[in-house]
Ligand binder design. Structure first.
Ligand SMILES: Cc1cc2nc3c(=O)[nH]c(=O)nc-3n(C[C@H](O)[C@H](O)[C@H](O)COP(=O)(O)OP(=O)(O)OC[C@H]3O[C@@H](n4cnc5c(N)ncnc54)[C@H](O)[C@@H]3O)c2cc1C
Ligand code: SF4
Length: 477
């Protein structure tokens, strides 16, 4: 087949990169998908139907120019394909790995809708950018000329880093503050290595440093340094602190030893895999080895917990979710991966409390789906008289996250929040009610996705550049 022929979806089946066998991959925290070979990536890219109105592009939060970089890939013009992919996405190889493509670009691919199976957009985006790294095409965003204005960014997750990259390329002096000892936010300490290996994130952070972005780590804003001090030091400030307050259950036994929060469990696991000493892991509190593990929740965090527990050597791993498979918020791809690795899903179940201290079991209520509520989703209802106890030595609660009370923590009541506690920011510019203070990512949207944080960060950077140009530089005065 000539390299430049497109519309091959009629002749070519959809193909994903090979997945490592569950019996091998469940022993380590490495990514489970292999890379496409170049020939396979070109072949799969050639399946694109080059739609005039590409729904994949409109359903990608970054509006990536997908049909064009697929065509360039199919033609073997990988450096140009990379340049185009990088142009709209700060971290294409990260999105290619962890975007829920079935809900975004791939779920809206026209050939998927016509029953031929979607173009494997995420895997090709990953392939193009990983190839670019291998070939040395990915260069630090060192600016052509320096500008005197400075921006302080609070939070080194994808939202903060995407903004840092864009501002620094424009010559702004950028300082990123983070309370952790490593930059990356949930990319480093939340998402496990089997979805996103950590050196993929680290090489991006190295490049930001090479471009001149300053990182101030181990610095909790509101404790080690005040928000007001950061405002005083910079011409504009971006808040990108994410959401970390776990939603807890109000049920008997919640405080028992062995009932833990998902974020603590996953952070400990990621730290151990990065070579850190974690006493709560060493003493067994946050280690699933040899335990009967029950995870409560049906979102992506729950999926990451069950698969982490399998890799740590749990004797059994069950996931309790109060709705059914079709109504769970987590990605179906991740449910399938978890099932392949030995996780058992117990649908239509909800915890009522916990027995023992240390925990010995979860008191479970069986549920059924009732009529749809105002949001259109069927509400779970308790089936009376059907309770039972699920044995457990470790229970991990993955029930979602809420924002911390930043105005109180930072003693800044003028920082307005919504009724959900997320920061109130302009939808387009991301400016808050405080002049020159912007906010992006989960702290504005509530728990969301990496790709949305990247989009927000890029948009806020552009708005800040405009603001800095209009107001002039305090630093320059
Ligand atoms: C377990 C888990 C798995 C996920 N899996 C996926 C996935 O597969 N795909 C996907 O798209 N999304 C996933 N997400 C969601 C995604 O990680 C987030 O939407 C995204 O990271 C939000 O980016 P952010 O920059 O807003 O915040 P974060 O990534 O949370 O970064 C915020 C940073 O701010 C720092 N910070 C907070 N408060 C302060 C302070 N007071 N002072 C200094 N620093 C502070 C934190 O230390 C952190 O480094 C997952 C989330 C979790 C929890
Ligand atoms: S960024 Fe995410 S949604 Fe957009 S093309 Fe890439 S994988 Fe799809």
């Amino acid at each position: 087949m000539a390299k430049n022929q497109m519309l091959q979806f009629v002749n070519l089946q959809r193909d994903m990169p090979q997945k490592r066998d569950p019996s091998i991959r469940d022993r380590d925290f490495n990514e489970i998908y292999a890379e496409f070979s170049e020939a396979k990536a070109e072949e799969q890219a050639s399946r694109c139907s080059q739609c005039g109105v590409p729904y994949c592009q409109s359903h990608c939060p970054l509006h990536n120019n997908i049909p064009d970089w697929l065509r360039l890939t199919a033609e073997g013009r990988l450096e140009e394909a990379y340049a185009l992919a990088q142009d709209t996405n700060t971290f294409p190889e990260i999105c290619g790995r962890i975007c829920p493509q079935d809900r975004l670009c791939e779920g809206n691919c026209v050939i998927e809708k016509s029953g031929h199976g979607t173009v494997t957009i995420g895997s090709i985006e990953k392939f193009i950018t990983d190839t670019a790294w291998e070939k040395g095409w990915v260069k630090p965003g060192t600016p052509r000329a320096e500008r005197p204005e400075s921006v302080g960014i609070i939070g080194a997750g994808p939202g903060g880093l995407a903004a840092a990259d864009r501002l620094r390329r424009a010559g702004i002096q950028v300082t990123v503050y983070d309370r952790y000892d490593r930059a990356g936010g949930l990319l480093i300490y939340g998402i496990p290595g089997f979805k996103l290996e950590k050196d993929v994130v680290a090489r991006r952070i190295n490049q930001l440093e090479q471009a001149g972005v300053q990182f101030v780590l181990n610095c909790t804003v509101g404790a080690d340094l005040s928000f007001q001090a950061i405002r005083g030091q910079h011409d504009a400030v971006l808040i990108a602190t994410g959401v970390y307050k776990s939603r807890d259950l109000q049920a008997p036994g919640v405080g028992a030893a062995g009932v833990v929060r998902a974020i603590d469990y996953l952070t400990a696991s990621n730290r151990v895999n990065l070579g850190d000493q974690v006493p709560e892991f060493t003493d067994g509190e946050l280690n699933a080895a040899g335990k009967r593990v029950v995870v409560i929740g049906g979102g992506d965090t729950a999926m990451d917990c069950v698969r982490t527990a399998i890799r740590q050597g749990a004797t059994s791993v069950k996931c309790l979710y109060r709705r059914d498979r079709a109504n769970m918020p987590g990605s179906q791809r991740e449910v399938q991966n978890a099932e392949e690795e030995g996780v058992e899903f117990v649908w239509l179940t909800a915890p009522k409390g916990f027995t023992g201290d240390p925990v010995t079991g979860v008191m479970v209520q069986k549920m059924r789906l009732g009529p749809p509520d105002s949001s259109g989703r069927q509400s779970p209802e308790v089936i009376e008289g059907a309770d039972y106890t699920e044995d457990a030595d470790l229970v991990i609660m993955a029930l979602g996250f809420m924002p911390e009370d930043l105005p109180a923590l930072w003693n800044e009541e003028a920082l307005e929040v919504t009724r959900w506690g997320t920061i109130l920011a302009d939808f387009r510019t991301h400016e808050t009610k405080l002049p020159g203070v912007y906010a992006v990512g989960d702290i504005v949207r509530g728990a969301s996705l990496v790709v949305w944080a990247i989009r927000d960060g890029r948009e806020a950077a552009d708005a800040m550049l405009e603001y800095l140009s209009n107001t002039g530089s305090i630093a320059a005065e």
